[in-house]
Design a protein around this ligand. Sequence first.
Ligand code: PMV
Length: 355
Amino acid sequence: ADTKIYRASTTAPVNIAVIKYWGKRDVTLNLPTNSSLSVTLSQSDLRTHTTASCSSTFTSDTLHLNSAPQDITGARLQACLRALRSLRAAHEASNPSLPPLSTLPLRLASRNNFPTAAGLASSAAGFAALVRAIADLYELPSSPTELSLIARQGSGSACRSLFGGYVAWNAGTATDGSDSSAELVAEAAHWPDMRAAILVASAKKKAVSSTAGMQATVKTSSLFPHRAETVVPARMAAMRAAIAGRDFAAFADLTMKDSNSFHAVCLDTTPPIFYMSDVSRAAVRVVEGINAAAAADGITRPVAAYTFDAGPNAVVYYLAEDEARVAGAFKALLGSVEGWETARGAVVQAADVAR
Ligand code: PMV
């Protein structure tokens, strides 16, 4: 009998949306109400590393995250495993010389190099790495867009972490989700001087999960349909144009407006959801101060753009040429703003988008 241990390892980076996904039209399939667009951060900064192995000597499927055993019975994870196994089974059926890995128990081991579930898109990198590690183990011929359909079922935003650079998740219209996948908008190298600073206000787990929050917003917010049907479609088109033209002024304006729109529909939810904290609002004012100072120096565009996900931490996008103005100002100012984490590396972490 074949007692070999088959193994593959991969990493997937975090992505931070500049046009936010918020709201599901199908909770089981993770189909969004609106399209979204994100920037994938550099692999060298925030990432998940996953090793997938399988063997007839294993007794059951297992998953460890940062060495701690995880519950694997969740419907999302099971949907991903089922989809990958069925692709492998089809691959084996057309290539009879392949070993029958699709029937073997899987052992999955993931490690994040950043805090889990603190609004730092850990589930995005996590499911993207998990899906790609298994796809590599199974030697699947699937494209990143095909794998994004599977990662999406694990965590919506994960579908965007299958690509580097600027990535759109097209909401799609099919009820089976077959057209709700991620697509490369532009390679990171298209805009090589883009940077992101991650400001960790709190590394605690978020109070309201994104799934629970989205469902509450869809059910109770009267602002939400306007955002999903009118605001976001126009912004998706404008953001694609801003990226194509490397127009930082438009990119910054759209990014900040969309973050605020997302947090506005959270506030418009009953009961209201507060992801941003006083510390987050202090970061907004720091960015406004940085942009006002740049304007006073005759720079005719914003130099920094903030965005906040389902948590209090800020991500600030800026261009390399403005590094001193932006990251420098944050380093200097955050010392005087209470509440920012001072733990190792957490105050400000500049991520090079292009690497
Ligand atoms: O992927 P989820 O289900 O955790 O949702 C993430 C939602 C936001 O991070 C707030 C926005 C986004 O587009 O990533």
